[in-house]
Structure formats: C-alpha cells, structure tokens
Design a protein around this ligand. Structure first.
Ligand code: UDP
Length: 239
C-alpha cells in the first residue's frame, strides 16, 4: 500500500519476448507462471494494469524489411499484442482472478474498448486490466503505451519485466562480465548512454512527466510478485 489509504497501483509491461519465451507464438508455461505470480499481489491489495508487447508475433519494422507496408505491418504487430492479452487473461481467470482486456483497436467480441475511467473502476474492484493493441496507431511502441497508460490511469510505477537480465547494467551483462547493475538511474543518463530501459520515445515521455520505472528480471521465482508489491528489486529509473 502507498500513502495512508491509497492502494498501490502499478503498470506492468510484459514484452512479446516474455510471452514467447524467445520464440514465435506463446509459451504457455511461462505465461501461466507469470499469471500465478500476479495473483498474490492483487490479493494483497495491489491494483495491477498490464500492457502486453507483441514482438513474439510481429514487429512492423521487421515486416517492412520483408516488403510489407510499414503501417500495415504495425497493425499486424498490434493484433499480436491482443493474442498475448487473451492468453494472459485465460491463465489469470484459471487462477480465479477477475480480469478485463481493453484494446485500443475496437474488437467488441473479445475485449472492451480502451476507456481509462472504466479501467480505473475495474482496478478499484480488484480486477486485473490488460491493455492490448498498443496505442492503436502505427509507428508507436508498446513501451510508449506503457508510460502513457500509466500516466493516464495514475499508476505509482511502471514495472518493466525483462527476460535474461535483472535490471539495467553499465553494459550488456551477457557480453561483459564486469558490467555493473544500477540500483538507481536518472532518465537523462539512461537516454544519453542509450541504456537498455525502453525505447527513447518512451523514456523521454517518462522523463518529461516524471513517471518512475522499475526494470526487473521476470525469470527469478517470485520476482513478478515482488516487483508488484513494491520490493526494491532491479533498477529504479527516476529523476
Ligand atoms: N505497434 C504499433 N503501435 C503501437 C504498439 C505496437 O504499431 O502503439 C506495433 C509495432 O509494429 C510493434 C509491434 O506492434 O513492433 C509489437 O509491439 P512492440 O514491438 O512494442 O512489442 P515488444 O517489443 O514489447 O514485444
């Protein structure tokens, strides 16, 4: 909990890589484990909103390289994020956790449209809200959407779950054995040194609006619950 009676509200960003386990499609074991780790935090009163990436299906920029119109490829990427929403929704519901999916591209049979006030209401009722289809606009990324949604629905923190790394390092720890992990980091250093937090437009939106971000590793057991509960794991990016 934060403040006196104000529950903690967070925005968890799960990239496509988290859903695919590094492959195309969905690794159901990984998604089930993440769902199982979200539920205990909600039960302890944390309000959890989630933005899903879609890189495990398509990225518009990659499709463009293969000859597909960029905007159309971006829409394909956005549709991929919705499949990830539905997979996560299913595993959460199997755990008895109420959920709602809201998408930036209207698709009434599978999800509600994105309505921020309604999303807040769901969170207040203890439902996990999963945002899909990015911003509904080509040339955007789900990282940017994470910051925007977090700002709009007043989250305390954006939690960037990463695969293969447990925070932000001075260099890629998979290639440089002497790389050091930052406990805290300011936006400008992250931007200027191009450190692996999120893409630059997302990071500058966070900086301009003072949205703090915690980067943490998804893989360690209990890490997702820990991050949701507000444990100081990984790297905090702030002013
Ligand atoms: N995308 C988009 N607009 C958005 C969000 C996503 O066009 O607002 C497209 C874009 O092609 C992107 C793809 O959807 O590459 C998947 O999203 P992203 O790359 O952000 O997913 P992640 O890297 O987190 O898996």
């Amino acid at each position: 909990m934060t403040g006196e009676n104000k529950p903690r509200r967070v925005l968890l960003k799960l990239s496509g890589e988290a859903f695919g386990g590094g492959k195309v499609g969905i690794d159901t074991h990984v998604v089930r484990r993440i769902a199982e780790e979200i539920v205990p935090a909600v039960q302890q009163g944390v309000q959890v909103a989630i933005v899903t990436g879609g890189g495990n299906f398509f990225r518009g920029a990659e499709l463009q390289q293969a000859g597909i119109d960029r905007s159309r490829g971006d829409y394909m990427g956005m549709l991929g994020t919705v499949m990830n929403c539905l997979a996560l929704q299913d595993f959460l519901e199997q755990e008895g956790q109420a959920t709602r999916v809201q998408t930036a591209i209207t698709m009434g049979q599978v999800a509600e449209p994105y309505i921020p006030l309604k999303a807040i209401r769901h969170l207040e009722k203890g439902r996990v809200v999963i945002f899909g289809a990015g911003a509904g606009m080509p040339y955007f990324s789900t990282d940017t959407v994470s910051i925007q949604r977090s700002l709009e629905i007043h989250c305390d923190e954006v939690l960037m779950g990463k695969n293969g790394v447990d925070g932000v390092y001075t260099a890629d720890p998979r290639k440089h054995a002497d790389a050091k992990r930052f406990a805290t980091l300011d936006y400008n250093r992250a931007l200027v040194d191009n450190l692996a937090v999120m893409d630059a437009s997302a990071l500058s939106m966070a900086r301009d609006n003072k949205q703090c971000i915690r980067v943490f590793g998804l893989e360690g057991e209990g890490n997702v619950t820990s991050a949701l509960l507000g444990d100081k794991i990984g790297t905090l990016v702030s002013d």
